[in-house]
Design a protein around this ligand. Structure first.
Ligand code: C2E
Ligand code: CA
Ligand code: CA
Length: 618
């Protein structure tokens, strides 16, 4: 077996001979007649038999396809376990629909091992025992698992060899160049993590095209959520997600041109010759579709999403680096549109990109000068119009431009990790203010609801930030609520669940903001242990004017009451809307009718004004 694992596999022929040896070794060592190797079809919907050994005269099974949908229990087992062990197939409920097939081949026991490459299921090694039941020994089980690993190594060696070969000419030229610099060539042209050509290799190929005056296009590809995977599951998982993505993209990219990794989660596909937008869009669509199916990383099921930017040289002699930069600019535009899509480059994008970079730099300065301040908008209990809480809403107090609303900078901050620093600072401000109120009113002080962006919510340091601010100010969890959107809950469902539990253990409430504006099913969302919902102002402001919005609000009130969730309507602008909500049993409300967001000082005055109510707790 050691021999099989160490053997160089650089061509399809090498691989086939290696696989054949694996099958023969297995059948000899286990004394079984049939041993077969199956590979997952490209869309993962089933497996196809690629090689087998069997008794003479048994019908050929190469090319046979088993669809996963027809044998869900079996496929579920091999996708999630290192081995599928059945000592007695006739008795095995997991085999279900596979039984007739096994009976026909007279198979009484089986020992199957999934072949996993780069964290993805590549295929299955199936060892089948003819005749009655057979109890597989522990040594036999680990032997088969090891053989499956040998196959995985052989296949990934071949994949690597093929990737290297694709570098072809470009690599040869670079080698020649590098020989004068005495550096190892492969390390320079191949990206070690993904085994794809790197930026240098891409540049060489592009220079060739420019020299030969051939047209081309660049499609820049960026992973939309790698930062979140890194932040939440760690860098090793991030690397794994990235190499899986590279592998999935490259499967198709080889048909169109050369896929290279530029840096971190950015790739570029060089498409020689093709220049019509519709052809390029068709390629972009294929790549977008390919990455849509979920993958499993470190035990978590993730859905990946990519953004693509397409650019062509204006003139054949244009600097290829400029074309790559343009494609990256277009890619960022696709990301701004929510990701999971593509955009074509146009020159105005460049000006906007510069403006965005400037904003990001200005925000860093703003943070260091403490120019980001929370304002506080009162939340009233509608039944008795008492002041019960405030929502903290950030404003940028700009030295020359005046007060800048969050719509002009929060999204930009969310794209970089700046939102984490900003969020931590604002949470501290909320606690400091709450402590002031509590010195006056103790437990009767109004609560503060703090908005969290998705990135903050999935950030493992969130709890540390919360704890530090609460400890420094002495504010208890019950004085605070966190507002999160449904997308931030659902995009990292399994991580966020722990986060919500930990937050609620500290006494803070968790409220779903902008409820009803996402696309999630309510029943799914409401499985999370939350304390309240906020009806988005786009529905509230339409009450009494638009039948659909009014009906939505009615339904949300019914839902919240039956689940005993605290419901707050935001954006109440008129007494009619406030009265409607009160009459229908909505618990709380917030909006310009009561107050605009106030400075910390004005909020304090507002509290003092309401003091007689607050003090008695009535
Ligand atoms: P949001 O969380 O949905 O906040 C409610 C928005 O509605 C606020 O806008 C508020 O000023 C506005 N609003 C309240 N009552 C009325 C009304 O009667 N009529 C109208 N037309 N608008 C009303 P604002 O302060 O501009 O905040 C916009 C968004 O920016 C917030 O939406 C939230 O998503 C984000 N944001 C604000 N502060 C923070 C923050 O500290 N952290 C994070 N991550 N996001 C924040
Ligand atoms: Ca909010
Ligand atoms: Ca809202």
């Amino acid at each position: 077996m050691a021999d099989i694992g160490a053997r160089p596999v650089r061509s399809q022929v090498d691989l086939e001979s290696c696989l054949n040896d694996v099958l023969l070794t297995a059948s000899e060592m286990l004394q079984i007649s049939r041993c077969s190797l199956w590979q997952f079809v490209p869309d993962g919907s089933g497996i196809e038999c690629k090689a087998y050994v069997d008794d003479p005269g048994v019908p050929n099974i190469i090319g046979t396809i088993l669809n996963a949908a027809e044998f869900p229990e079996y496929f579920n087992e091999v996708r999630t376990h290192r081995l599928f062990i059945s000592d007695n197939t006739l008795d095995d409920a997991r085999l279900g629909a596979l039984l007739p097939y096994l009976e026909k081949a007279w198979i009484g026991a089986m020992l199957d091992a999934p072949i996993v490459i780069g964290g993805q299921n590549w295929g299955i090694l199936c060892c089948e025992h003819r005749g009655g039941p057979r109890q597989w020994l522990v040594e036999e089980q680990s032997f088969v698992a090891n053989l499956a690993d040998c196959v995985a190594i052989a296949v990934s060696n071949l994949q690597r060899a093929q990737a290297e070969e694709r570098l072809g000419q470009a690599e040869g030229r670079l080698r020649a160049l590098l020989s004068t610099q005495e550096k190892p060539a492969a390390a320079i042209t191949v990206d070690p993590l993904t085994q794809l050509p790197n930026r240098d290799a891409l540049r060489l190929r592009l220079n060739d095209l420019v020299e030969e005056r051939l047209g081309y296009a660049i499609i820049c590809i960026d992973c939309d959520d790698l930062a979140k995977v890194n932040d939440s599951l760690g860098h090793a998982a991030g690397d794994m997600a990235l190499s899986m993505l590279a592998h999935r993209l490259d499967r198709h990219a080889v048909n169109f041109g050369m896929l290279a990794r530029l840096r971190s989660d950015e790739f570029a596909l060089l498409v020689p010759g093709v220049t019509t937008p519709s052809e390029l869009e068709a390629i972009a669509d294929i790549l977008l579709t390919e990455v849509r199916s979920p993958i499993v990383v470190a035990g978590h099921t993730l859905t990946q999403s990519i953004s693509l930017g397409i650019a062509l040289p204006d003139r054949l002699e244009d600097d290829p680096d400029e074309v790559i930069r343009n494609a990256a600019t277009a890619m960022r535009r696709a990301k701004e549109q929510g990701g999971g899509t593509f955009a074509h480059f146009n020159p105005t994008m460049r000006h906007q990109a510069v403006a965005r970079l400037r904003l990001e730099a200005d925000l860093v300065t703003a943070l260091s000068r403490d120019e980001l301040k929370l304002f506080f908008q009162p939340i009233m209990s509608l039944g008795d119009r008492r002041l019960v809480g405030f929502e903290g809403l950030v404003r940028w107090i700009h030295p020359t431009e005046g007060i800048i609303p969050p719509a002009r900078f929060i999204e930009q901050a969310e794209e970089s990790s700046l939102i984490l620093d900003i969020g931590a600072r604002l949470f501290q401000q909320a606690c400091t203010e709450s402590a002031r109120w509590r010195r006056l009113l103790g437990n009767h002080a109004p609560t503060i609801s703090v908005n969290l962006s998705a990135r903050q919510f999935a950030d493992p340091s969130l709890l540390r930030i919360i704890d530090a601010a609460m400890e420094a100010t002495g504010v208890p969890g019950s004085a605070l609520k966190l507002e999160v959107t449904e997308t931030s809950i659902l995009s990292h469902a399994d991580l966020v669940l722990n986060q919500i539990h930990a937050i609620r253990e500290r006494g803070l409430g968790v409220v779903i903001d902008d409820f009803g504006t996402g696309y999630s099913s309510f029943s799914h969302l409401l499985k999370f242990p939350i304390d309240g919902l906020k009806i988005d102002r786009r529905f509230v402001s339409q009450i009494g004017q638009d039948r659909r919005s009014t009906a939505i609000v009615d339904a949300m009130i019914t839902l919240a009451r039956s689940l005993e969730l605290n419901l707050v309507a935001e954006g109440i602008g008129t007494p009619e809307v406030a009265n409607y909500l009160t009459a229908h049993g909505c618990w709380g409300g917030q909006g310009y009718l009561f107050d605009r967001p106030l400075t910390a000082e004005a909020a304090m005055q507002r509290i003092e004004l309401a003091l007689p109510h607050l003090n008695t707790g009535t």
